[in-house]
Design a protein around this ligand. Structure first.
Ligand code: HEM
Length: 267
């Protein structure tokens, strides 16, 4: 038997043939409950895992949810926006001749130590691509909070679930790009799916059906989502199987942190 014919077929991961986003989606859908989504497999343990139709939200709770969500989006969008190499002007000029990708790549390496080298390198391939995707929510949430203020509500300070998640995202952005991408995917895509449904139901119950900016996108949402799927798939193409698995394994934490924030609606 030759070495080639004796080789075992490599393990296939669910969704793999369609690209890495499909793998992330597969893992995420299983972490829903049956009540949340038909592909769900998890049993209901937390209040926010019960059917949204049966939620009894309060305006105060919903405001806390919006404030903490804004902190998370501010953090996420701030991370994506910020240049990874703030003060390397001279080097940049010398190295930026070829393309912006090249320039980012080289500049990061020049200003990082040996361990950070890999991180910066991977980041430089992805961070610029996820800027201005049209999925950003920070400014929309600012408008919504302004509207609540005009209605006479006091806007609370961010609470523990939002603060904790924001800190965690900052930490990941510096040391774990694969895990960070998992959160990036889940935060934006969850909001475009279950998040929208929640927004509609909550508005029916406590906001006289007022449609918040949080649930409106400029342009065709399905096209914006597809553009981001394409970019995510492209970034993950350069990952090893171990890096991909590491990203997928982070999904549970993403549900945990987002679940803690969702639960505020019911507080
Ligand atoms: C998709 C519901 C919480 C991540 C969906 C879908 C529904 C849903 C109905 C669409 C399923 C389909 O395509 O057929 C809910 C409800 C939730 C909730 C009711 C809570 C009350 C979450 C959380 C996360 C999450 C906490 C992660 C942080 C996702 C992702 C998708 C999804 C990644 C796939 C979106 C896509 O295919 O573009 N959810 N979900 N969901 N949800 Fe959730």
């Amino acid at each position: 038997v030759s070495a080639t014919t004796a080789e075992k077929p490599r393990k296939r991961y669910p969704g793999e043939a369609k690209g890495f986003v499909e793998e992330m989606r597969f893992v995420a859908m299983k972490l829903h409950t049956k009540e949340q989504a038909k592909e769900g497999e998890k049993e209901v343990k937390q209040p926010e895992e019960r059917p949204v139709q049966r939620w009894e939200p309060s305006v105060d709770g919903y405001l806390k949810f919006l404030v903490d969500s804004k902190l998370v989006y501010d953090t996420l969008e701030g991370i994506i926006d910020k240049a990874p190499f703030p003060s390397c002007g001279v080097t940049v000029v010398l190295l930026s001749a070829k393309s912006s990708f090249f320039f980012r790549f080289r500049a990061s390496v020049v200003w990082s130590n040996e361990k950070n080298k890999v991180i910066s390198l991977m980041w430089s391939a992805s961070d610029a691509e996820f800027r201005d995707t049209g999925l950003e929510r920070s400014e929309k949430l600012a408008k919504d909070l302004q509207w609540f203020k005009e209605q006479g509500y006091t806007i609370p300070e961010p609470s523990s679930p939002g603060v904790t998640y924001a800190e965690y995202l900052k930490e990941l952005s510096e040391k774990d790009p694969q895990a960070f991408i998992c959160h990036f995917y889940n935060i934006y895509f969850a909001h475009s799916a279950g998040g929208r449904m929640i927004g509609k139901k909550v508005a029916e119950k406590i906001l006289d059906k007022k449609e918040l900016e949080f649930y409106k996108w400029d342009g065709d949402l399905s096209q914006l989502l597809q553009n981001v799927r394409d970019k995510l798939n492209k970034v993950a193409e350069s990952w090893t199987r171990e890096e991909k698995n590491h990203c997928l394994e982070e999904t549970e934490k993403s549900f945990k942190y987002s679940g803690d924030i969702l639960r505020l609606i019911l507080s």
